[in-house]
Design a protein around this ligand. Structure first.
Ligand SMILES: [Cu+2]
Length: 95
């Protein structure tokens, strides 16, 4: 029982930490990805944007999921970064 409570507290703490940090997750629809190397190029371009904490790019769905700090990065900075790398993207969803 004590262990369960500890897990619940830890979960609540990590959730409130993410909220306190105010991180955002954006899903981008990425064009022009035509081989398995493309998502790596897109991911590197996204990771170079200051404020991005993680970027996952899926070749099959042509989507990128990016976690960023809105105080340091903007959605426009993310779409510009992929566009500059040769892969225009647009926003599907912001959380
Ligand atoms: Cu490619």
């Amino acid at each position: 029982m004590k262990k369960l409570i500890a897990v619940l507290v830890a979960t609540a703490l990590s959730a409130s930490t993410a909220l306190a940090e105010g991180l955002r997750t954006v899903t981008l629809d990425v064009a022009n990805m035509d081989c398995a190397v493309c998502p790596i190029t897109v991911r590197k371009a996204l990771e170079k944007v200051p404020g991005v904490t993680s970027a996952k790019v899926d070749f099959a769905s042509k989507r990128a999921e990016v976690v960023f700090d809105p105080k340091k990065a903007s959605v426009d900075a993310l779409t510009n970064a992929t566009t500059d790398a040769g892969y225009p993207s647009h926003v599907m969803q912001v959380q």
